[in-house]
Design a protein. Structure first.
Length: 270
């Protein structure tokens, strides 16, 4: 299994689109892993989680042909995760796709409604499917289970358990401290790759997003329950400039706690 992090930043990116704060200025100077586009992950070149505004430029940077993506899992409708008008670019004359080539999109009712209202799904060769928290959908060599997040009060934001080729990925952002039912589900699962929200950096805040103290606590809870073990890979991502810590600083804190600090273009082969 190949996992490619197309972006690892929060809504504003890092440096922020219009920001001149010290953290953004330093990121511009140092560059490299400190430059973060809005968050998205591509699995086996076939499964995409979220479609942020930076998806095109990141696909070019990492030699990804988005026409190869067959499944798109959307966590929620915020624009940094759901730049849905890009789907219009699947229609002629913007794209010419092989006969029978479709993009199957799964999301909450808000997401699916926005696509239906703004995209000609037939012309764009898009199939849309509503998924609710704690529902599972089985597809081509995958099992997708949606879990409840603590994020956007106006809609049912989702986290995902994605099982592919006997490997289980937990995609755990955007969210603050997980609702009890989600934690219960995780405690009864075995997770090979756990991807956590670390938007707040060193802050102990737990509403709508998380920071280092919360994800370390969650990892320890899951480890104690046996949901993750010594072979499991734990990853921190979705970083905001408001957290203030650049990549090396994050590594200094998180690596000893057993986390990989994600960066744009990071690729894992499991």
């Amino acid at each position: 299994m190949e996992i490619l992090f197309l972006g690892t930043g929060a809504a504003e990116g890092w440096p922020g689109v219009f920001c001149k704060c010290p953290s953004c200025n330093k990121a511009r100077i140092e560059g490299g892993k400190n430059i973060r586009a809005r968050s998205s992950v591509l699995i086996d070149k076939k499964y995409l989680v979220d479609i942020p505004p930076d998806i095109y430029i990141r696909s070019i940077a990492y030699n990804v042909n988005l026409g190869d993506v067959e499944y798109l899992f959307i966590t929620h409708s915020h624009q940094d995760h759901f730049s849905y008008l890009e789907l219009n670019m699947r229609k002629p004359p913007f794209a010419y796709l092989p006969e029978g080539s479709f993009l199957n999109i799964y999301g909450n009712p808000t997401v699916i409604e926005k696509i239906g209202e703004n995209i000609n799904c037939k012309e764009a060769r898009v199939n849309i499917y509503t998924i609710r928290a704690f529902e599972s959908i089985e597809g081509d060599n995958f099992l997708l289970t949606a879990l409840s997040a603590d994020h956007a009060p106006s809609e049912e934001s989702l986290l995902y358990i994605i099982k592919i080729n006997n490997k289980t990925i937990f995609y755990g952002h955007d969210s603050g401290w997980y609702p009890d039912k989600t934690i219960e589900y995780l405690l009864n699962s075995h997770i090979d790759i756990a991807i956590f929200d670390c938007t707040y950096g060193p802050s102990s805040e737990k509403r709508y997003h998380m920071g280092i103290p919360a994800i370390v606590e969650l990892k320890n809870i899951l480890r104690k329950a046996g949901s993750i073990d010594s072979e499991s890979i734990c990853i921190a991502t979705h970083f905001s400039h408001n957290g203030g810590l650049l990549h090396k600083e994050l590594e200094e804190i998180l690596n000893p706690q057993g986390f990989i600090v994600a960066y744009d273009g990071m690729k894992l082969n499991i």
